[in-house]
Structure formats: C-alpha cells, structure tokens
Design a protein around this ligand. Structure first.
Ligand SMILES: C=C(O[C@@H]1C=C(C(=O)O)C=C[C@H]1O)C(=O)O
Length: 127
C-alpha cells in the first residue's frame, strides 16, 4: 500500500471488522512528527488561502480605480499610458519589495504585467 500523509497519521483497525479495536495509538515519535508536519502544512495553506483572497480583493479594488482613470483619460483625450508615472511606480515598488523580502525583479515584472492589462483597458475606452 502506498503510504500517504493521511494513511500515516490515521490509526488502523487491528481486525477486518469496522468496529474492531484500533491498533496501538501510544505515541510513536515518527507518527507524531508526521502529524505535526501535516498540521504545520495545513496552517500554512490556510494562511496562503487568506492571503490569496486579500490579493484578489486588492486587485479588484485597484482595477476599479484604474477603470475610473481610463474613463477620465478618454473624456479628456489623454494618452492611455504614462511612462513617467510607471517609472516612478516601478522604482517605489522595487524599494518596497526589498524591504518586504520580496524579489524586486519579481515585483517589477508583476507590476508591469498589471499595468499592461490596465493600458489595454484604457485603450478600449478611447474612441
Ligand atoms: C492608471 C494609470 O494609467 C496607466 C496605468 C498605470 C497603473 O496601472 O498603475 C500607471 C500609469 C499609466 O500607464 C495612470 O495614469 O495613473
């Protein structure tokens, strides 16, 4: 039988009967370590899920503002992109990333990816 995390931490029955006695559940250091690791993994995944939700809601809020900027630009015949503003944002984000222990190159790529999407939205507002 393949040993999965679940099978390694779930006590088995010593007979084939569904209500048969469970096998010895006295503390086994290895089983204990695996159970602790499984709990740590589950805790990290809960945190990751909460943070992913924050990212999605944060991006949703950001796009609401950029959509409003796009409409404003279209009404006033302003160009969809603003390279000076983008350069300032990239510089600021790189600095923030360093302080937040995030790879600044990744932060730059991520912001550029979002800005490219925003510019596409802005272009769709222009006549
Ligand atoms: C939102 C704007 O439009 C574009 C998108 C940007 C962004 O997503 O942050 C920044 C600059 C512009 O190229 C803006 O000019 O502020």
């Amino acid at each position: 039988m393949v040993s999965t995390w679940k099978s390694r931490i779930t006590p088995t029955r010593s007979s084939n009967r569904k209500d048969g006695p469970l096998t010895d559940t006295s503390p086994d250091p290895q089983t204990d370590a695996v159970a602790k690791a499984a709990q740590i993994l589950a805790d990290h995944r809960s945190s990751i899920d909460r943070l992913d939700a924050i990212l999605v809601y944060t991006l949703g809020e950001r796009f609401k503002h950029t959509q409003a900027v796009g409409k404003l630009k279209a009404q006033h015949d302003l160009p969809p992109s603003d390279p000076d503003r983008e350069a300032a944002q990239i510089a600021r984000l790189e600095d923030l990333a360093k302080r937040a222990d995030l790879d600044p190159e990744f932060a730059k790529k991520f912001l550029n990816f979002i800005i490219a999407e925003v510019i596409q939205h802005h272009k769709s507002h222009q006549k």
